[in-house]
Ligand binder design. Structure first.
Ligand SMILES: [Zn+2]
Length: 328
C-alpha cells in the first residue's frame, strides 16, 4: 500500500491519542482499586522497593549476596501470593493490575517486523475514508444502493438498451472493486452528465478504500492545478505531496476530465499521469463527458491511444437521471 504522509500523520495522531486515553483509563481504574483496597497499594510499594533492597542488602552484607537475594525472592513470592488471594476474594484476577495493550501483534506501537501493523492501518483507512467523504457522498453511495429503475428500456444504442448497458457497467465496476489488488484494469467512464458516473466512482472508491488500498479521488481540474503549483510554486511541500499521491496511490479516480481550461501544461500533465501510472502498474479510473475520440482530439493522439488501448471503455447513455429524479 502506498501511504500518504498527510493522512498517515493524522492517523498517527488519533492512534496515539486513543492509546493515551486507554492508559489513562487504566490508571484511573487502578487507583480506584488501590483506594478501595489499601493493602494492595502497600504490596505494590513493597514489590517496587525490591530492587533497591537487593542492592543495599548485598552491599551491606558483603559476601552473602546470594542469601540476601534468596530471602527477598521468597518475600516477593509471598507478597504476590497475598495479592492474588486478596484479588480473588473480590472476584478479581491479577490482570486488573496489569496494563493490557489493545493490539497483541504490535503491543500498541503500530509497527511489526513486517511494517505497519494492522491496527494502525485501520486508523489510516478511516482517515482516508474521511478524506474521500469530503469529495464524495460515501455514506449513501454503495453498490447495494444502486438503483437500476432509473434506466430506460426504451432508449437504445448499438442494439443495447440503456438499462442493459447500465447492468453491464455496474457488473464491470463492481468486479473492478471486488477484485481490486488482483488486476491492473483501468476504466474510462464517459457520457453525458447525470447518468451515474460519479455515483459508481464513489462506490468503487469506498469499497477499494475499505480493503486497505490507497485511493485518491479528485476532479481533473483540481489535479492539474496541483501539478501546476508543484511545477511553478516555490518549494510548495503540500503540492509536492499531492502530486506524489496522484502519481503513486493504488487507485486514482480522476473525475470530469475535459472541463478544465486546456493548456499545453494540462496536456503534458495528463500524459505524465496516465503514462506514469501505467508503467507503475497502478489502476486509474477516468470519467468524462467526452467520448474517447473527442478526448483524443482535445489532448493528443498518444493520450487517445493509451485510453483506447489500456482502458476499458464504459459508455453511459440515457436520459438525465438527476433531472428525472428532480421532476418527481
Ligand atoms: Zn498493532
Amino acid at each position: 500500500m502506498a501511504y500518504d504522509g498527510k493522512l498517515m500523520s493524522r492517523a498517527l495522531r488519533q492512534f496515539e491519542e486513543d492509546k493515551r486515553q486507554r492508559e489513562e483509563d487504566f490508571r484511573r481504574r487502578e487507583n480506584e482499586l488501590l483506594r478501595r483496597i489499601p493493602r494492595l497499594a502497600e504490596i505494590r510499594d513493597e514489590l517496587r522497593s525490591t530492587m533497591a533492597q537487593i542492592m543495599s542488602k548485598a552491599l551491606r552484607k558483603g559476601a552473602d549476596v546470594e542469601r540476601a537475594i534468596g530471602a527477598i525472592r521468597e518475600e516477593n513470592l509471598a507478597l504476590q501470593q497475598e495479592r492474588r488471594e486478596i484479588l480473588r476474594s473480590y472476584g478479581l484476577t491479577e490482570e486488573v493490575l496489569e496494563y493490557q495493550s489493545a493490539c497483541r501483534l504490535c503491543g500498541d506501537t503500530g509497527y511489526t517486523g513486517d511494517g505497519i501493523c494492522r491496527c494502525l492501518k485501520e486508523y489510516y483507512i478511516r482517515e482516508q475514508i474521511a478524506e474521500l467523504s469530503r469529495m464524495l457522498d460515501l455514506g449513501n453511495q454503495s453498490f447495494d444502493t444502486f438503483d437500476f429503475r432509473w434506466y430506460s428500456y426504451d432508449i437504445k444504442s448499438g442494439g443495447v438498451t440503456a438499462r442493459e448497458n447500465m447492468e453491464l457497467i455496474y457488473e464491470t465496476c463492481s468486479n473492478f472493486a471486488h477484485k481490486f489488488g488482483r488486476h491492473q484494469d483501468n476504466l474510462l467512464l464517459f457520457g453525458a452528465p447525470g447518468l451515474g458516473k460519479t455515483f459508481l466512482s464513489a462506490c468503487i472508491a469506498r469499497e477499494v478504500s475499505e480493503k486497505g488500498f490507497s485511493v485518491v479521488y479528485d476532479t481533473a481540474g483540481h489535479i492539474f492545478s496541483q501539478f501546476e503549483r508543484q511545477k511553478f510554486g516555490r518549494e510548495d511541500e503540500e503540492a509536492e505531496s499531492d502530486v506524489s499521491r496522484v502519481l503513486n496511490c493504488d487507485l486514482l479516480i480522476m473525475d470530469d476530465l475535459g472541463t478544465e481550461l486546456l493548456t499545453e501544461f494540462v496536456r503534458s500533465a495528463l500524459y505524465q499521469i496516465i503514462n506514469h501510472r501505467l508503467q507503475a502498474k497502478k489502476c486509474t479510473i477516468i470519467s468524462s463527458n467526452f467520448d474517447p475520440e473527442t478526448l483524443g482530439s482535445r489532448y493528443s493522439p498518444q493520450i487517445r491511444s493509451r485510453l483506447e488501448g489500456e482502458y476499458r471503455q464504459l459508455p453511459f447513455f440515457d436520459e438525465d437521471i438527476r433531472r428525472q429524479k428532480a421532476e418527481l
